[in-house]
Design a protein. Structure first.
Length: 212
């Protein structure tokens, strides 16, 4: 690939999804980065969602344990509230990436970007989108750092209406509420059916009997 200036690790799987060996390789790449920056002896915390390639990856977890890195899984069904990257950082990156693609299309006359050229516009979006300021804003918005429990709204802890429908209080035998009685009194009466009209065949038979 052209101009992979950030030394990004680019891999693919046969099915197009992340798998356990690939994620373990990303863990090794992460440790190489810390070693190059002389930060391998500094305590680190890794926050991950509950994908099986993360939480059931023995090779990756052993690697993190070997280097003294703490791994914490984000609780299930809470990532939209507490995952830092899903808030400010990726939203900012997505906006910058859209700008770069529009600029690329105008520059190339609508010619589609190839895989070999993909990093040319992406590098600019990465530099301008994932800044230290936007990453810190993601941790602040989710209340992870600085620690702030008030960043999670109260309705996030309520029961789901789909899983927990409203309960009906059972009544004793012979009991009824005033609301039910008033509803019955105010209920519209059923419409009256029109009287049946004899068919033409029946009326002709009746007239013949009378004549006889």
């Amino acid at each position: 690939m052209k101009t992979n200036s950030h030394s990004a690790l680019v891999r693919c799987s046969e099915i197009g999804w992340i798998n356990t060996p690939l994620f373990a390789e990303f863990g090794e790449h992460f440790m190489d980065f810390l070693t190059q920056k002389n930060m391998e002896d500094i305590p680190h915390l890794v926050l991950l969602d509950g994908h099986t390639t993360h939480t059931y990856n023995v090779e990756f977890l052993n690697l993190m344990k070997h280097y003294g890195i703490t791994v914490i899984q984000i609780p299930a069904h809470t990532s939209h509230f507490v995952q830092p990257m899903d808030s400010a950082p990726l939203a900012n990156l997505k906006e910058r990436w859209s700008d770069e693609l529009h600029y690329w299309n105008r520059k190339k006359g609508g010619v589609a970007i190839t895989k070999e050229e993909w990093f040319l516009p992406f590098n600019r979006a990465w530099r301008n989108g994932l800044t230290p300021r936007s990453i810190q804003a993601g941790f602040k918005k989710t209340g992870i750092w600085p620690l702030n429990f008030d960043m999670i709204p109260d309705n996030a802890f309520k029961e789901s209406d789909l899983l927990c429908p409203p309960r009906r209080v059972p009544r004793g035998k012979g009991e009824s509420s005033s609301d039910d009685d008033s509803d019955k009194e105010n209920a519209p009466s059923p419409p009256l059916l029109p009287p049946l009209q004899p068919s033409s065949d029946e009326s002709s038979d009746d007239s013949s009997d009378d004549s006889s």
